[in-house]
Design a protein around this ligand. Structure first.
Ligand SMILES: C[S@@+](CC[C@H](N)C(=O)[O-])C[C@H]1O[C@@H](n2cnc3c(N)ncnc32)[C@H](O)[C@@H]1O
Length: 267
């Protein structure tokens, strides 16, 4: 009995450093749908170092196939922690917003897993906005700088506010894996000197948008979590952090008190 030789595509992917070469070969073949020339074009892009997700046009996120395109941040599995935490606050008709949404994977997962929510997403980069509009009701994807993008009638009505803002310190961006630093936009990665420039603005603005009892959930790193939590407390939120070892994820959560605090006091 003869054995088939090794799959040449798997061999090439492995030689290029792809750890999950068998799985990647299967995904590429599915995307090529039996067209050998197309498979070769897709494989060439992957072998040149482009992320598998942007090569095939989708990323798996909490069981969804989320549309992604070259030049847009690829959703990471760890961001599922924001969704897990957000689901605890879901209620019929409640407003949920994903800021710095990228492809809006977290927003899409929330809409799928808690259809009773009114889910919005906002993002600055027009390329990401275009992709987000493929993943979420396009009328609920807003373009602009942080809160400036949001419809005014959401002010003080947001029950769940999630943000995976860029949080890599500038000096650490060159240390990121090539798939990130060469293929994802700087705007999606670089969080400034201490990594927290955008987070600071997200947190400072949250009390003006959260409903009483509403929650702000921000992805962060274990190292940065104490600062993220402190920023939330400075903003008048009741805050703490959560770590999920299984998906190497850390998030800070801050709740706007039902009464008191600074929120709404400025009119
Ligand atoms: C780390 S990526 C996360 C994307 C998405 N939330 C996810 O988890 O897949 C950060 C995103 O924030 C966006 N961004 C950066 N600065 C922003 C700003 N001032 N206003 C809105 N979005 C911003 C970037 O374009 C990028 O899409």
């Amino acid at each position: 009995m003869t054995h088939p030789g090794p799959d040449p595509l798997v061999v090439r992917l492995r030689a290029a450093g792809c750890v999950f070469a068998d799985e990647e070969a299967a995904v590429l073949r599915e995307a090529a749908a039996g067209d050998a020339a197309r498979l070769e074009r897709l494989a060439a892009r992957r072998l040149a170092g482009q992320p598998l997700e942007t090569v095939v046009g989708w990323a798996e996120f909490r069981g969804l196939r989320v549309a992604v395109e070259p030049g847009v941040f690829v959703p990471r599995r760890r961001t599922g922690l924001l969704v897990d935490l957000a689901l605890r606050h879901a209620a019929p008709g409640a407003v949920a917003v994903e800021l710095c949404a990228g492809a809006a994977a977290a927003a899409a997962a929330l809409a799928a897993e808690a259809p009773e929510l009114e889910v919005h997403a906002a993002e600055l980069d027009p390329a990401a906005v275009r992709v987000a509009r493929r993943n979420l009701d396009p009328a609920r994807v807003h373009e602009g700088d942080l809160y400036d993008a949001l419809p005014a009638d959401l002010r003080w009505r947001v029950r769940i506010l999630v943000a995976n803002a860029p949080y890599v310190p500038t000096r650490e961006v060159p240390l990121m894996p090539p798939e990130a630093r060469q293929h994802e936009p700087r705007l999606a990665l670089d969080g400034g000197a201490d990594g927290l420039d955008v987070q600071r603005r997200v947190i400072a603005g949250a009390p003006e948008w959260l409903a009483p009892g509403g929650v702000l959930l921000v992805e962060t790193s274990e190292r940065q979590a104490p600062t993220t939590v402190a920023l939330m407390r400075e903003a008048g939120l009741v805050a703490g952090s959560v770590h999920d070892e299984g998906i190497a994820a850390t998030a800070a959560a801050g709740v706007r008190p039902e009464s008191g605090g600074r929120a709404g006091s400025g009119g």
